[in-house]
Design a protein around this ligand. Structure first.
Ligand SMILES: Nc1nc2c(c(=O)[nH]1)N[C@H]1C(S)=C(S)[C@@H](COP(=O)(O)O)O[C@H]1N2
Ligand SMILES: [Mo]
Length: 337
């Protein structure tokens, strides 16, 4: 898997940028992305390339975020042979239907969503239900950096450095009862600020809902993210709190979460409700089970263009089989897509 947190030993010497070089280039280019190395590496040389990382200046992050940041963050644009997706692509090629269906709509329309104050509700089959302000919700946990592949069911993918904490840590904290078998997640419903929720795109029954089996949710790879690229989550990526389950298709990684419920029955999820023949509850990345309308054997790794499509083979469980395949022993993955 891609690394949990960056250690120099995870990257070859030539891939690592010394902090001093990073700093000098940073001042040279006027870029300032905390913890982001912008070296003149093969394929990444030139201010044009670099500026795609350092698109927007992050605003001043609140204390609940900065105090919890891990001391070391990744220092290379390539990790274990895979290039980190430029910030510009990760923040301008999005799926977030609350803000429109085009890939550029979230970047264009999500900026006005108020994400502070933000309330998260924990309810259902738990010993300790609660209603938290985001900063109190995050307080018990140390943020970790996780560099993960993100594979969309539409056959494109990215590599993103997230900042978050294990979902398992939260679940232990809230004490699921013996009846809890699944975790259900719900996105904010706010038609005033989410144009997709008031448009004629009536296909989706808002709010967006996702779910995991409890044992999947307890897997150490599943995280709740509050940041990416060393900064707070941009709104178009699901600020201020989103799920990241890297071995599943991207639609499972629900954004802008306001409610997490422990439930006894498998929840009906948004895409399952819209097209149950195409999108299942499990949605594990699987190159040998095609989508009814396209192959899942390959994917386009962003940035991808007409002249450099950057196509690669899709990996079982998105490359995380070692960590997660035991969750599915005895399950027919062709039926349970
Ligand atoms: N609430 C909500 N969450 C969502 C979506 C959405 O439309 N609404 N789209 C999903 C899909 S299809 C993908 S691929 C990922 C994309 O995450 P990214 O834009 O941060 O890359 O978010 C997922 N989470
Ligand atoms: Mo997706």
């Amino acid at each position: 898997m891609l690394i949990k947190f960056p250690r120099t030993s995870d990257c070859s010497e030539s891939e690592v940028t010394p902090e001093s070089l990073y700093l000098s280039r940073r001042s040279l280019l006027g870029a300032s992305v905390a913890g982001l190395a912008i070296a003149g590496l093969p394929g990444w040389a030139g201010a044009g390339e670099v500026s795609r990382y350092a698109d927007a200046e992050p605003g001043a992050a609140p204390a609940w975020f900065t105090e919890k940041l891990p001391a070391t963050r990744w220092q290379a644009v390539t990790v274990q042979g895979e290039a980190i997706t430029p910030f510009k692509d990760a923040t301008h090629y999005n799926n977030f239907y609350e803000f429109g269906t085009d890939k550029g709509d979230p970047a264009e329309n999500a900026g006005g969503l108020p994400t502070s104050p933000w309330t998260v509700v924990i309810d259902g089959e738990v010993g300790k239900p609660g209603r938290y302000a985001l900063e109190d919700f995050v307080k018990p946990y140390q943020l970790e950096e996780r560099i993960y592949r993100l594979r969309c069911v539409e056959a494109w993918s990215m590599v993103i450095p997230w900042l978050g904490f294990p979902l398992a840590a939260l679940l232990k904290e809230v004490e699921p009862t013996s009846k809890a078998k699944y975790v259900r997640f719900e996105t904010l419903q706010d038609p005033k600020h989410m144009p997709g929720q008031r448009s004629g795109f009536a296909l989706i029954d808002w709010p967006y809902v996702e779910g995991l089996r409890l044992d999947e949710a307890m897997n150490p790879l599943a995280i709740l993210a509050v940041g990416m690229y060393g900064r707070e989550l941009p709104n178009q990526n699901g600020a201020p709190l989103r799920l990241v389950v890297p071995w599943k298709y991207g639609f499972k990684s629900i954004k802008s979460i306001v409610r997490i419920s422990l439930v006894s029955e498998q929840p009906q999820t948004t895409w399952q409700r819209i097209a149950p023949e195409e999108y299942g509850f499990y949605a594990n990345v699987n190159p040998s089970v095609d989508h009814p309308r396209w192959t899942q054997a390959r994917e386009r790794r962003l940035p991808s263009g007409l002249f450099s499509p950057n196509v690669r083979e899709t990996q079982m469980f998105n490359g995380y089989a070692q960590e997660v395949s035991s969750l599915y022993t005895g399950l027919d993955l062709r039926k349970n897509y």
